[in-house]
Write a protein that binds this ligand. Structure first.
Ligand code: GTP
Ligand code: MG
Length: 344
């Protein structure tokens, strides 16, 4: 399954069926009253957010969501059938925008619902128009047109914590150690080619979600490597873990590894640059004591909290997780206290 996080689609709800003009015909009753039924409603097009989906691929392939029209009304007071609704499951974190980019909905919770295009109401049949002065109305309404338009969809994964670093820093190894995710791990760059989420369970029975994204390289914001387009998936996190290969396996110093990622974060914009970030020196198992001290000294020159861990042996990981969890809880608390903003 391909990871698709941007799609433009056409949506068209069904038109309402027309009402019917008809008169009762029964034996021995020469002038039956009006009995034309109403037209059915056109089908709606709706989205529902579901944790079982993690890509917009289905929509990418379909491109168009066109719901059925309502049936016309019939004689004998028979109403037309409503057009069938289209209800699409989309990943949690799907954002819907109009053609001009205005945000219409952010489906950030399981089960969140959004009506993209409302089906047109059916027209009323002539039976509805009978009054004491006009017992035989000869008119009925036509149905209303369904809503339609172009919608831009964007997926921004929902995670509490984002992993970030150069290729081979050990992001996926750390994700595999701390969470239920089983990402691919290898000693070549760009092993991870699409974002992956993992759930971390803490002792309190609760926990948090971590997102692993493909490694960044210098010039990523100009499109080098896999570029920075995956950074959007850590935009909604509470805290970033910036992983650094403290062994400098790929020949890059600790300072360079930090500076390169910082330049890309800055290039991406304030949303990520201003986010709380922890520096995590990884691969401590392969370091001699003085190398360890040197790596720590370099990292501490930055005005950020510094941790040293081994994603392979697990050294330091527990402490890191507690610190991260504290941050996540703190941010959640702030979020619930903050004035409610956004779309109802
Ligand atoms: N010695 C040691 N090796 C590690 C550690 N963590 C990761 N590695 C190794 O580093 C290499 C890269 O690990 P990955 O987890 O795939 O790195 P990544 O940051 O996800 O890389 P990309 O997906 O390519 O961006 C693998 O060979 C891992 O076994 C560690 O704590 N100690
Ligand atoms: Mg990886």
């Amino acid at each position: 399954m391909r990871f698709i996080d941007e799609v433009k689609i056409e949506v068209r709800a069904g038109n309402g069926g027309s009402g019917c003009t008809s008169f009762r015909r029964e034996k021995y009753i020469p002038k039956g009253g009006p009995d034309g039924g109403d037209g059915g409603r056109g089908g709606h097009v709706k989205f529902i957010a579901s944790g079982t989906k993690n890509t917009l691929q289905e929509l990418y392939l379909r491109k168009r969501l066109i719901a059925k029209n309502g049936q016309s009304g019939m004689g004998s007071d028979c109403h037309g059938k409503n057009g069938e609704d289209i209800i699409m499951e989309v990943p949690i974190g799907t954002m819907v925008r109009d053609e001009d980019g205005n945000l219409l909905a952010d489906l950030s919770e399981e089960g969140a619902f959004y009506l993209l295009a409302r089906g047109g109401e059916g027209g009323m049949g002539n039976a509805r128009f009978a009054t004491s002065t006009n017992r035989a109305p000869r008119y009925s309404q036509s149905g209303i047109e369904g809503e339609q338009g172009i919608r831009q969809l964007e997926l921004k994964l929902m995670a509490d914590v984002g992993l970030l670093g150069l290729p081979n820093a050990g992001k996926s190894t750390l994700l595999a150690r701390i969470s239920n995710a089983r990402p691919k791990i290898a000693d070549y760059p760009f092993t991870t080619i699409k974002p992956k989420l993992g759930q971390v369970f803490m002792d309190d029975g609760d926990g948090f979600v971590v997102a692993d994204i493909p490694g960044l390289i210098e010039g990523a914001h100009e499109g080098r490597g896999l570029g920075i387009r995956f950074l959007r998936h850590i935009e909604r996190t509470a805290v970033l873990l910036h992983l650094v290969d403290a062994c400098c396996t790929d020949g890059k110093s600790v300072a360079d590894q930090i500076n390169e990622i910082e330049a890309e974060l800055k290039g991406y914009g304030d949303t990520l640059w201003n986010k709380p970030r922890l520096l995590v020196l990884n691969k401590s198992d392969a370091l001699l004591d003085d190398e360890r001290e040197e790596a720590l000294a370099v990292a501490r020159e930055k005005d950020l909290p510094v941790f040293i861990v081994s994603a392979v042996s697990g050294e330091g990981v527990k402490m890191l997780l507690h610190k991260v969890y504290d941050r996540v809880l703190q941010m959640r608390k702030q979020a619930t206290q903050a004035p409610v903003e956004g779309i109802s």
